[in-house]
Design a protein around this ligand. Sequence first.
Ligand code: AMP
Ligand code: MG
Length: 505
Amino acid sequence: MNRSVDTTTSVGPLTAGPDWHWRNGFHSLGAEFHTELPPQPLPTPYWVACSDSCAELLGLPAGWQTRPDLNALAVFSGNALWPGMRPLASVYSGHQFGVWAGQLGDGRALSLGEIDTPHGPQELQLKGAGLTPYSRMGDGRAVLRSSIREFLCSEAMHGLGIPTTRALCITGSSMPVLRETLETAAVVTRVAPSFIRFGHFEHFSQRSDSDALKRLADFVIEHHYPECRDAPQPYVALLSEIARRTAELMAHWQAVGFCHGVMNTDNMSILGLTIDYGPFGFLDGYDPAHICNHTDRQGRYAFSGQPNIGLWNLHALAQGLMPLIGAHHTDAVLEALESYKLSYANAMRRRLRSKCGLTTAHKGDAELIDALLKQMADEQTDHTILFRRLSTFRTAEGADNSAVMGLFHDLQFRERWSAAYTERLRAEHSDDAQRAAAMNRVNPAVILRNHLAESAIRQAQAGDFSEVQRLLKVLEHPFDESHDTSADADFPPDWAQHIEVSCSS
Ligand code: AMP
Ligand code: MG
C-alpha cells in the first residue's frame, strides 16, 4: 500500500549550485518508475563528516562545504535544492530473505539527479530525506549511528578497491528518530553511476509490464552495458555480464572478510556494486558461519553462504528478465547463470593466491590454501591480521616466522604448514621483500571493524565527530604500512564480541 505523501512541499529557495547540468534517467524512463518529490527539511542541520575523495570525484570546488553561495549544508540535509535538481524516489520490488516481498522502493532515499564528471556520470542520492510513497511502515529517516556506518564503510570499501556506492557526506539534525531507543536523524549523500537494483527488474516483471521492463533493460544496456547492445541476445548478454560482476564482487567480499547483512534482491546492484550498508560486518576471527545481522536468525546471509546467495539472487533477476528473453532461450539463460560459478571460482582462486603471495599457479595450491583457511576456521584466527602478517614470512632455513605462525595454537599445524608454504614459495623462486610488498597491497592492515565504527559512533552521539573524520582518513588508505603498528590494526578488544548489529537503521 502506498503512503499518502505530500509531494509538493517546498524545500525553501533554490540556491546557486556548482556549474552542473543535472538530469535524471528515471524521468526519461516514465511515470511508472518513480515519484517526483522534494526532500523533507530537517531542523538545525550540521555537518558530521565529508569525504574529500568523493568530493574530488564529483569535481566539487575547494571549500564547497562552507561556501555561502553553495549553501551545501542546506542542500545535503534536504533543506534546499540546487537549480536543475528534480528529486525523485524510484519504485522497485524484491525478494527479502528468500520470499517475494512485493513492492518496496526508495522508502527514504531520494535521487537528486545525475551529473557528468571526468569519471563518468554520477548520481547523487540523499538517504534519510523523509517519507516517500514507498516508505510503507517506515518514517523515511535514517539515524546518525547507521549513517556513520554507511558513510565510513562506503569509503572504506573504495579504499580497499572493492566496487561500491560512494558517500560524499553526512549531515545530522537534532530531530529525534525512534528506533530501539530514541536517536537523532542524519542524511548520507550517496554517489554511484546508478542505484538500479535487481529488484527494479523484478518489479515490472511481476506486474507483467513488459513494455516498462524493456525500457528499463534497454536503458541499463545503453548507459551501463553498451557492449551488450550488439550481442545476438542482448538481454542474455546483460544477465551474463551482471553475473560476472556479481561473482567478482562476491570474491572481493570473501577475500577481505566482508559480510553484507541483508543480501535481498532489492539490495543487489545491477552494476555489481556493494550497496545498502545496513547490518554489515567484517570478520574479526575467521568464522565461515558468521552471521553479521542479529535479526537473520536462520543464517541465510551467513558469511560463507554469500557467494551462493549471489547466485540465488541472479536467478531471481533472470526470472525477471525472462519476459524479454523468451522461454525458447532458457538454455542460454541457464548457461549465463552457470558461468557465475566459474567466474566466482576463478576470481576467488586468483584473490587467495595473491593474498598468499603466490604469483604462479601450481598443482597443490588449493590444498595448501584450504589447509590454512581450515585451521583459521578451527581456531577463529583473526582474518585480517593473519593475512597481513603472512607477508612477514621468510623462506630461509631456520627463519623465525613466529609473528605469523604464532597466531596458531596447533604446533603441528604450524610446522607442517610452514614447511609446505616454504617449499611452495621456493618453487617459484619467491623473493621475500618483493612478495611482502605485493602482499601488503592486497591484504589490508585496517578494515572497518565493528568496534572501530562503534567508538566513532559513540563519540559522534556525544557531539564529537573527530573520530569519524580520523577513521575516514585511515580507511581511505587501508594498505598503508604506517597503520601496521597502530591500534586500528590491532586485535579487537573484548567488548567487541558483545556488539550486536541489527537491521534497525
Ligand atoms: P533495507 O532492508 O534497508 O534495504 O530496506 C528495505 C526497504 O525498506 C526499502 O524499500 C527501504 O527503502 C525501506 N526502508 C527501510 N528503512 C526505512 C525507513 N526508516 N523509512 C522508510 N522506508 C524504509
Ligand atoms: Mg535496501
